[in-house]
Design a protein. Sequence first.
Lengths: 343, 506, 344
Amino acid sequence: MTQATPPAVYEPRAGRAIGRIFVSREFSVFAALAVLIIVTEVVNPRFLSAQGIKDLLLNSTIFVIMAVGQALVIITKNVDLSVGSILGLTAYGTGAVFATFPHIPLPFVFLIGIVFGAILGAINGFIVTLAGVPALVITLGTLYIFRGINNAWAGSNQYFVGNEPAEFGNMSVQTLFGIPWFALGALVIVIIFAIYMFSARSGRDLYAIGSDTDAARLFGIKVNARVVGAFVACGALTGLAGVLYASRFNSVGADTGTGFELQIVAAVVVGGVAIFGGSGTVTGAAIGAVLLTTMTGALAALNVSKFWQQAIVGVLIIAAILLDRILSIRTARKLRVSEARNV
Amino acid sequence: MTPPTAQPAPLLSLHGATKSFGAVIALSDGTIEILPGEIHALVGENGAGKSTLVKVLAGVHQPDSGRFEVDGAPVVFRSPADSKAAGISVIYQEPTLFPDLTVAENIFIGRQPRGRLGLIDRPQMRRQARELFTTLGVPIDPDRIADGLSIADQQIIEIAKAISLDAKVLVMDEPTAALSGVEVERLFAVARSLKARGAGILFISHRFDEVFDLCDRVTVMRDGAFIATHDTKDITVDGLVREMVGRDIATLYPKQDATIGDTVLSVKNLSRAGVFSDISFDVHSGEIVALAGLVGAGRTEVARAVFGIDRYDAGSVTVAGKRLRAHSPQAAIDAGMGFVPEDRRKQGLVMELSVARNATLTLRKQLARFGLIDSRRERAAAEDWTTRLQVKTGSQDLSVSTLSGGNQQKVVIAKWLATNPKLLIVDEPTRGIDVGTKSEVHRLISELAGQGIAVLMISSELPEVLGMADTILVMHEGRISARLSRAEATAEAVLKAASATPESVK
Amino acid sequence: MSETTLPVKARSNVSRLFFGRNANTVYALVLIVILASIFVPYFAGTATVSFLLIDAIPILLMAMPMALIIITGEIDLSVASTAGLSAAVMGVLFHDAHWNIVWVFVACIVVGLLCGAFNGILISTIGLPSLAVTIGTLALFRGLALVVIGDNAVADFPVDLTTWATSTIGGTGIPTFMIIVAVVVVIFGIILHFTPFGRALYALGFSKEAASFVGIRVNRSKFWLYVASGGISAFAGIFWVLRYSSAQSDSVQGLELSVVAAVLLGGVSIFGGSGGIVGVVAGVLIIRTVNYSLQLAGLPDTVLTIVTGTLLVLSVIAPSVTARIRRSAERKRSRTLIHDATAA
């Protein structure tokens, strides 16, 4: 076919890809993390001792894994507030498994934890999609239901799986080149999910759903199936985190994981996942989780009262959504003026 | 163009499809037949059922009854995915892009080219997107996120998407409404090349020049029903209009004589960066001023700024000699303004509230005594205005969503008349209203002007503009491009000013 | 909401009270009370009235502004944390700073109003989503409570005040404090149902755009609702401290769930726009009655969260399920309508 006007084609400029990395949200969160670590280290040189780093990594592991799962859900414009309770149930469940089958092979324990978490996540996902009501309210409900079940199950009982069996507890202290195995495992999970979310069709569907759910439906994307999938993945990852928690921390009981949901949501939004869905990355969420954990360690190293910790979590959540808002208003205004045709 | 000599088997045919929503029958006889290698126009007034028919083809709505065949085989679409799988691709009037995804992803979502391990091959995707844009001759960055794109660019992306789908049937629901002349030409070139490849195109448009320029056949719909299909070469514009309207235009626009009095609204140099600039006009009592132009020309935006819904950057709005506080609808209402917005369902009414509550929402402060609302007075006021405007409803307590479109519009007008306004802004007052009620709404607006109310009317329907207005302001890309009196206004003059050849192509 | 049947006679406010969606909640409450009286030992008695109501007081208080906020289509998850912060401030000002108790009360309310204003500014002025903001302030206000009071517990409040807070009116078993709560409920009922502001809230909840077109100041209305929510929550916090004679950082923790559940159970739609005060009061009492009867039946407190959580989930699922049923019925009806229309 012939064209009346010579085709004006967009020519990509070189060096833009590199520029994009430096303005990305992940980079700025990472920079904030670096600044935090350096400042803390300068004030208190013991912060980055070999043991200090190991603690930091180990403590981050659980939050990083949970943050990855939560990021999937939030990207679809939903939220799972029940993750703290899911962690509690799976961690306590791990203790119960060991109590019942003291010699069970470790891979089975992990499998049981992951499947248990996935089932709880599926419950959330099905209620949310079938009833078509805001995930916030549903998962606020299941937060209490799961916690109540945990209470009923555990009563005042506690399991000390960190010591018994010893090989399970030791897993959390074994390292490779000084890096805990758990941290490496978390890193692998982040990489797998980052690739999935960036390069798999179904991963991109999650972004489309969060960006405009109705349009996604109009497009023939299986919205409900994908959203349930995100909840299941979140539950499964939280279940894995629960098993790791049982290994890392000495005791698991009725209130294990209480209040974690706030920290996880904070980590995810601080990491640049928009609370209204559609944008952000699991990498960002993971860095956000590391930042939050480091903050806790840094507060202690800087001799700040531990009582400030929760207030800081709150401030971080608000600051993160405030920042997103300001940025989006600014770009919207810029676009409105720059793209208007000779007005 | 080579009109088929022997009729080949239709790619798609729909016969006698019906669809209703609650008590509202949107489609009573949806009938269309699309042949391979033809561009088929679908015309009809707003509310004739074209969009519903499109949504049936797209699989968004499931028809209540009717025969639907693709390639000669009966089909039942349960979802848009089914329709897409059958080779039907739809471009909606309002593009539905994912604002957070890149342009390239918006084109390929769900069918991105895949490389190793089944992962998305982004360089390949980018290359394909760029190729599409080269074909279309538009400079859009495939890596840019879709958020903030102009309507025209969004439309182009929708078209690129449809082309890449290699659809057998391409349905375009008023694709040109927001496009400039050059962009329309480009779109037509693409449409003709698709036709040459044997695709069937269903083209919905309000512009007759486009219909006759581009299309081989034309189907007319009225009031949700099929009227006729013609070869475009066998029919004239007048003939089409007669079939669309079902009567002559003259009887449709009962323009009353009104004495034009003092200036009620005076807008001076109103500007909002990137939306409209340097807008000045006056509206006098008894005068109907129409704002004409293409969708996206900034007409609604001007009206919203005047009424205080949106902010403006510079200029002034004066009502009856007094400068109006910016960005305060309450101030506008207190100064005697009313606004009948374009989107009745979202902006004009609170659909779930009762007729009475809606009708008195503007009066809620006047109805209160010692701060408490007197429910008897509320009810009386609602009765009064809804009977005056002959709103047909079972009860004042029914939610307005149960009323027909025309009656809903009357409730919107009623709630403003109740405030005894000096100036009424009406934005697309007859969109989505059946023909019968339409002329009632026209008569009402004309009567109001006759009683000395100043009316600022925004309309995309040329006959409405020409039939109703005393003065016509045509907007083009955020500026007023022509001011025409009733005497000098012709369809050609308005159209020319509305799609004024842009001085600088971007 | 009225049904969409054929011409109906206009309903008076009185009949609406007995047949509307509000009324269903009231009937449900009556039914639950009757069932509990029959099947739960020791339920029927004045002791029940007093225990049941005294624990309903903080929920009832916070449910009032919450109902209005949810009707406008927003939410406030920080109510319990605001109450907790107020409790912590109360403990510290009284015990450590030795303020006069009256000034302590004033300071607590002011703290609550400021918390509400903070939410209000972020949500209405800046336009952030209320859900995310109040999750943030849920953490923030609770965190500040920790900062203020640490892990201390203040318990030496004036005995006459704490006994007054738990006293009852004569032999009725109704807590004296209920009088104040009743006044608050009536005020909120009047605001919601009989003032121009209340009318505006409904319109706002269904459609912000339509509301702004009739001159409703969307942002300002929301801002004041959050301020009211903060103030009332602080007041609930004061009551909580007096009732348990103890102020600590975790006072009132987690009560936001019961408040939201009660409001939704009371017929307020989570999507905004519909609901009424009578229903909300009934919703609060349902939650309390169910919890209290199960407590009497011997279930431990910690397990009761299952019940509250389930009630919350059911209260949001139920309307959407009934809506789906109604829609399919409507579709059937419209099909016959078409049939008639084409036959005619």
